[in-house]
Design a protein around this ligand. Structure first.
Ligand SMILES: CC(C)(COP(=O)(O)OP(=O)(O)OC[C@H]1O[C@@H](n2cnc3c(N)ncnc32)[C@H](O)[C@@H]1OP(=O)(O)O)[C@@H](O)C(=O)NCCC(=O)NCCS
Length: 166
């Protein structure tokens, strides 16, 4: 698949929201059970600091296939300013063809340049694919929040994974 990775702007809020809507509707991959409103998504994009970024993957026709978000783990504590969090969201038709890895390549370079020393993610316990994906990038499991997610009567754990930026 011929894809382009670029940094998102607030004008990508609708595309990002649409992708999150698809994944939330699938109900099995993420703890996010509904997308933000368009205005909330736009406002969030506007609020990102210079050390935070969304990267989007587009096909040749300019269609957004997925995105990765990298933001501060905590906006409150200076003591954790070296820690980022990551999220990856691809449309079903874009999975399994290297789009996730292409996004991660870009996000990890950005994380290093932005001075992060560590990246943390939370992945649903049942989401083996995402855990394999992050393990292949160098993340390792460092904890588990049991029965942390309940969506439509289905209860799931959240697995914590961490990656030390080298
Ligand atoms: C998880 C996701 C980001 C991975 O991106 P991707 O480009 O599809 O990743 P890949 O196809 O390279 O798959 C990653 C690994 O999972 C493996 N895999 C594929 N399907 C799998 C499955 N059903 N169960 C377990 N592992 C699976 C692949 O073999 C690959 O392993 P490898 O790198 O050792 O070969 C993407 O599939 C996605 O957006 N899924 C829906 C949303 C989601 O789960 N987001 C993560 C929220 S934290």
């Amino acid at each position: 698949m011929n894809i382009t990775i670029r940094r998102a702007t607030e004008d990508d809020a609708a595309a990002i929201r649409a992708i999150l809507g698809v994944i939330a509707a699938e109900r099995i991959y993420s703890a996010i059970d509904q997308p933000f409103s368009l205005e909330q998504q736009r406002e969030y994009m506007r609020s990102l600091s210079t050390r935070e970024a969304f990267f989007i993957a587009e096909d040749e026709a300019g269609r957004v296939l997925g995105y990765q978000s990298l933001d501060r783990w905590s906006a409150l504590f200076g003591s954790m300013s070296h820690v980022a969090q990551l999220g990856t969201f691809l449309l079903p038709e874009a999975r399994g063809s290297g789009v996730g890895h292409a996004l991660a390549e870009r996000s990890l370079v950005f994380a290093r340049e932005a001075g992060y020393e560590k990246i943390v993610i939370q992945v649903r316990g049942s989401n083996g694919r995402a855990q394999s994906f992050y393990r292949a990038l160098g993340f390792s499991e460092c904890g588990r929040l049991s029965r942390q997610v309940r969506i439509g009567g289905v209860v799931d754990d959240e697995v914590l994974m961490e990656y030390f930026v080298t």
